[in-house]
Design a protein around this ligand. Structure first.
Ligand code: ADP
Ligand code: ADP
Ligand code: MG
Length: 666
């Protein structure tokens, strides 16, 4: 076994690999970009080496920098994680040439599966069933359009070098083909440096079922059963489970055999996943991922194995720890991926600082694979996945109950995230009732923007007390020059705020405005009167952001966190967002609709589609940005003419920067 390994990755997977290495007594070397100096994976490794500036191209994707770091640290092997260079044959080759073991398959196997088109040709020869489609070398628009017509619409255009759902376009009919092809090619070129595409029949209501395989250097190969990854957004998984609900043993065995045939066809070594798409009782090969998969923990939970340990053993030249007949499925596991993204805005990646993070307690039933800590800054340079929650129980129903309660215990404040969506899916009767298909999220758009909730009484009271404490602190700072004027807790009890007996607190919730009158009652106590004339006798004791609130005849502990330009109240009954409206701000409210089209997050301008003075329709595409490896199209908020264009192709845009200004019609 190795004495020391380097992990050429970051975030959750780097932390995951470190955990197993430590258990096996292997020393770990982390690498980090300038943006990750204080990241969790850096703190957790035995040793860490800087590899360059924040953009991945200059750090996590720099083969020379990684090889140099491995040599400098004396690491014998490199674990590539997933994403980044994990499926890069040149990297695997460079490791070999430098005398370092690449923990993964041989470069030839990576190359063979790296092109979805070439892999499909290979699999057809190996007798593995394929989705009807075109994966030829002729990439002319005419040939591709003819292929699409032949296959029959709807079709799916895929980047041959693709991954992570990028560079894919569904095309409903021939009239949309040219534009979709251009978009897919642009995204593929930006993300993978290769704009080759293939075309497949777009299947209706399919399931994504994949098989985990493992092979050693002695020619042995086993499969570790399947994972169902059908709950997806933008063709990317967010909830996965094992085993696949309702899969019969005969189909499981047939898929396992087909997956092993795939692996053997390319002389595979290490962990790999063969992805199938299944519809109408049939399954078809989609692609093989020549690395560990994000969702590998569900397989670990049902087999009781550590797949990273297997990877290390196989790479070190050991035999597979178990044979096929020594592998069994025990119970059911579900994984939910926590992403920094806003489901209500087409899953736009989010950035910000994690102000507060609470995770469910780990146990035999609950596992958290996380790459972040409270206080971490989530930037725009890397994948927006923050953490994964994995639950296990004896059957799917029991696992689902575990998932719901663990998600309820998760709180992440300060960065927009998909926790509410994950909760909504976990509670959805259709998800509980049957095996999901990949259309689940598109069919349930109501889950993306949850209905506005009225804040609970205790949340209103807590937010009001927070505002009053802040005012008290500000006043104290003016009169007494308090040592920490920014802190509302500096001057809380006993402060009679201003001379008035009653004060107004104006809070804005998702459901509308709440104007509260507060009457000071001494010793941190207020009588709060709500618009409906009901009153609450309140008293608050603060400890940082934590509030012990006495409300009439009961007490509760809450938190009030200033984040995302709001007050976030965490109460027993849920999470509430309230905006404190300054007393004289009402008039200056909402000047929206000024026609400034701004960058929603920092990113690069990839295309400017309009010129000054051009007339545009409402919703017309104006600028294409690339941020967090995703293409974002900015559109006209209303019909009008282009007043000015500040965007230039290739330039970096800051969040909130106006890229185009539209002057309304007439
Ligand atoms: P698929 O490519 O089939 O979606 P996975 O579900 O295993 O396979 O997802 C792999 C993707 O996960 C990568 O392409 C990458 O975008 C993303 N990813 C998540 N976390 C990380 C990370 N820490 N480093 C790199 N990539 C990551
Ligand atoms: P990636 O490399 O981005 O993971 P895949 O080829 O694995 O690309 O496809 C990702 C997802 O896109 C699948 O899990 C599935 O939901 C959807 N998909 C792929 N091919 C088809 C198809 N032919 N019909 C319908 N959906 C598909
Ligand atoms: Mg895939």
């Amino acid at each position: 076994m190795f004495g020391k390994i380097l992990i050429a990755n970051r975030g959750e997977i780097a932390c995951r690999v470190i955990r197993t290495a430590r258990r096996l007594g292997i020393a770990t070397v982390a690498v980090y970009s300038d943006a990750d100096r204080d990241a969790r994976h850096v703190a957790e490794a035995d040793q860490a080496i800087a590899i360059g500036p924040a953009p991945a191209r200059q750090s996590y994707l720099s083969i020379p920098a990684l090889i140099a770091a491995a040599k400098a640290s004396g690491a014998e092997a490199i674990h590539p994680g997933y994403g980044f260079l994990s499926e890069n044959a040149d990297f695997a080759k460079a490791c070999g040439e430098a005398g370092i073991v690449f923990i993964g398959p041989k470069p030839a196997a990576i190359r063979a599966m790296g092109s979805k088109a070439a892999a499909k040709a290979l699999m057809a020869a190996a007798g593995v069933p394929l989705v009807p489609g075109y994966h030829g070398a002729d990439q002319s628009e005419a040939r591709l359009a003819a292929a699409a017509a032949e296959i029959g619409y709807p079709v799916l255009i895929k980047a041959s070098a693709g991954g992570g759902g990028k560079g894919m376009r569904i095309v409903a009919g021939g009239e949309d083909f040219a534009a979709a092809l251009a978009g897919a090619k642009r995204e593929a070129a930006a993300a993978f440096g290769d704009d080759h595409v293939l075309i497949e029949k777009y299947l209706d209501r399919p399931r994504h079922i994949e098989i985990q395989i493992f092979a050693d250097q002695f020619g042995d190969c086993v499969h570790l059963f399947e994972r169902d990854c059908s709950i997806q957004r933008r063709h990317q998984k967010i909830i996965e489970e094992a085993p696949a609900p309702g899969l019969d043993p005969a189909t499981r065995a047939a898929m396992g055999d087909a997956a092993i045939r795939c692996a053997r066809a390319v002389g595979y070594v290490g962990a790999g996943t063969v992805e199938f798409i299944s519809a109408g009782g049939e399954f078809h090969f989609m692609e093989m991922n020549t690395r560990l998969q994000v969702e590998h923990p569900v397989t670990e939970m049902i087999t009781g194995l550590d797949l990273v340990e297997w990877q290390l053993r196989v790479a070190a030249g050991e035999r597979l720890p178990r044979a096929q007949d020594q592998l069994d499925i025990d119970g059911h596991a579900i994984e939910a991926r926590i992403y920094a993204e806003d489901p209500a805005r087409n899953f736009l990646p989010a950035s910000g600082t994690i102000r507060y993070l609470a995770e469910p307690a780990p146990s035999a039933h609950v596992r958290i694979d996380s790459g972040v800590r409270a206080g971490d800054r989530i930037g725009v340079h890397y994948d927006p996945m923050l953490a994964k929650l994995i639950v296990w129980d004896r059957d799917r129903g029991a696992a689902l109950v575990r998932l719901r309660s663990a998600l309820a215990d998760f709180a992440l404040i300060g960065v927009r995230n998909n926790l509410a969506l994950l909760r909504a899916i976990a509670e959805h009767p259709d998800f509980a009732a049957a095996a999901p298909d990949t259309g689940f999220i598109p069919r349930h758009p109501e889950l993306l923007a949850p209905p506005a909730v009225a804040p609970a009484r205790e949340a209103l009271a807590a937010a009001a007390l927070h505002v009053l404490a802040r005012r008290g602190a500000a006043l104290a700072a003016q009169t007494h020059a308090s040592p920490d004027p920014a802190s509302p807790w500096a001057a809380r009890d006993g402060w009679r705020v201003r001379d008035q007996a009653a004060e107004d607190v104006h809070l804005r919730g998702e459901d509308g405005d709440h104007r509260i009158t507060a009457l000071w009652r001494g010793e941190g106590a207020y009588r709060l009167t709500l618009p409906d004339e009901t009153t609450m006798e309140t008293r608050g004791a603060w400890d940082g952001e934590r509030l012990r609130l006495t409300l009439d005849d009961r007490q509760e502990s809450l938190r009030v966190i200033e984040a995302e330009a709001a007050l976030v109240v965490l109460a027993e009954s849920g999470e509430y967002r309230l905006h404190a409206i300054a007393p004289d701000a009402a008039a200056a409210d909402e000047s929206a609709g000024d026609g400034r089209v701004v960058a929603p997050i920092p990113g690069y301008v990839r295309g400017v589609l309009v010129v000054a003075e051009e007339r545009v329709a409402r919703g017309q595409a104006l600028v294409v940005m690339e941020a967090m490896k995703m293409e974002i199209t900015l559109t006209a908020p209303f019909a009008g003419s282009v007043g000015s264009v500040a965007a230039t192709v290739g330039a970096m845009a800051e969040e909130g920067q106006a890229l185009v200004v539209i002057t309304p019609e007439g």
